[in-house]
Design a protein around this ligand. Structure first.
Ligand SMILES: NC(=O)C1=CN([C@@H]2O[C@H](COP(=O)(O)OP(=O)(O)OC[C@H]3O[C@@H](n4cnc5c(N)ncnc54)[C@H](O)[C@@H]3O)[C@@H](O)[C@H]2O)C=CC1
Ligand SMILES: O=C(CO)COP(=O)(O)O
Length: 380
């Protein structure tokens, strides 16, 4: 236990709720409990709530992991939310809105920060999860935070050292959340770029599907490195067109998560891509997946938003074509093969600022961090 954790242990433990007891919700509950919080998980199924509460296990989603004593569970939403000073949500993105209908009346008299742990966009509306939260809970965006970063659940559940970023339009909310959601193996940074942080998590899933396809067809490292590098440019172009700061995409929620998800066989998006590359159809892949691969549902709304903003996303377009069965996975490349053959500049930097201004911004951030000392959660 770190000195910070020890001093927190002496203060009354903050009571937090985690809605969703899949692999990420349960892992995040463990992170919070290991950091000193008193955590109540909400699970849809009574048996799962019972297993977590009594057996301190979630054998379906986190085999082999012992859960801490400070983590309990219920399948009654009201019980999970009663007295919660922070609420974390980790259910699949397409199910969020319908679930919030039951949450809203229970939070009506509560001003607890609401934290999205999710990395998808809503298929019907193209909205990010923080936007769905804002709409359905009718709450001030300053109360909402999102957590993102290279956060493969099973590695964190095994207590392997990891970093993440907590983002909110309110610095105060981001810091309040970051203080609770950290422990000796999980370090949280903060920023106020919610759009960049959320889209980083959404977009890296799509590039991870592309990398899975490459693995599935048996191509090697050059293809993967080319797609990851050009993928980051696509992610940045898209996110900036939606209002993100380009730096965020170079941080934990962008590049960091892109590396983790593209490299790891633990990634469900990567796994889904691999199956597509091996020749399985979209329907067959969905049947084989027993956990959420958000990228499969996010690809169409992301491309729609890209079209509306005039952003070119050749890699994501190819993922869509493979999903639709209109492109042979073996044709996947860092460019569209229908693009013209004229040589183009390799543009790695978004906007007109060029590398000089990016460096200046990075330097300014480092200076700000230094000036503000170590007491507050640092910005990513
Ligand atoms: N597993 C991971 O490594 C990470 C996952 N995430 C994100 O967390 C979110 C949740 O993912 P996981 O926990 O990994 O998925 P999962 O597949 O392990 O669990 C999904 C959860 O959503 C719930 N759910 C699904 N449909 C539902 C419905 N109709 N109503 C109520 N609950 C429903 C399930 O009961 C389960 O609790 C996703 O957006 C994912 O991108 C983010 C970081 C890491
Ligand atoms: O978001 C994740 C890692 O940061 C998890 O990725 P998958 O959803 O592809 O498993």
């Amino acid at each position: 236990m770190t000195p910070r954790e020890a001093s927190r242990r002496e203060a009354p433990a903050p009571r937090v709720a985690v809605l969703g007891s899949g692999s990420w919700g349960t892992t995040f509950g463990k992170v919070l409990a290991d950091g000193g919080a008193d955590v109540v998980m909400w699970a849809r199924r009574a048996e799962l709530a019972h297993e977590i509460r009594e057996g301190k296990r979630n054998s379906q989603y986190l085999p082999g992991i012992n859960l801490p004593r400070g983590l309990s569970a219920t399948h009654h939403l009201a019980e999970a939310l009663d007295g919660a000073t922070q609420v974390y949500i980790a259910i699949s993105s397409q199910a969020l809105r319908q679930n919030l209908k039951g949450v809203r009346p229970l939070l009506a008299t509560n001003d607890a920060p609401i934290v999205s742990l999710m990395k998808g966009v809503e298929k019907k509306t193209g909205l990010r999860m923080s936007q769905v939260l804002e709409q359905e809970l009718h709450c001030d965006p300053a109360r909402i935070a999102v957590a993102s970063g290279p956060n493969l659940a099973l590695e964190i559940a095994r207590e392997q050292p990891t970093a993440a970023v907590i983002s909110s339009s309110s610095q105060e909310t981001a810091e309040a959340v970051a203080r609770i959601s950290r422990n000796r193996y999980f370090r949280t940074f903060v920023n106020t770029d919610v759009i960049g942080t959320e889209f980083g998590g959404v977009l890296k899933n799509l590039i991870a599907v592309a990398i899975g396809i490459v693995d599935g067809v048996g191509y090697g490292e050059n293809t993967k490195a080319s797609i990851i590098t050009r993928g980051l440019v696509e992610m940045t172009d898209f996110a900036v067109a939606q209002g993100a700061q380009p730096e965020t995409l170079q941080g934990l929620a962008g590049l960091g998560d892109l590396i983790a998800t593209c490299q790891s066989p633990l990634s469900r998006n990567n796994t889904a891509g691999r199956l597509l590359g091996q020749g399985y159809s979209f329907t067959e892949v969905v049947k084989q997946m027993d956990q959420t691969a958000e990228g499969l549902a996010s690809v169409a709304p992301v491309l729609q938003l890209a079209r509306e903003a005039g952003v070119h996303m050749p890699i994501v377009e190819q993922v869509k074509m493979v999903l639709d069965g209109t492109m042979n996975p073996r044709d996947i490349a860092p460019h569209l093969t229908t693009d013209d053959d004229e040589p183009t500049e390799e543009r790695t930097q978004n906007g007109s600022g060029g590398s000089g201004s990016a460096l200046r911004r990075a330097f300014q951030r480092a200076l700000d961090q230094f000036r503000h000392g170590g007491g507050r959660p640092p910005r990513d």
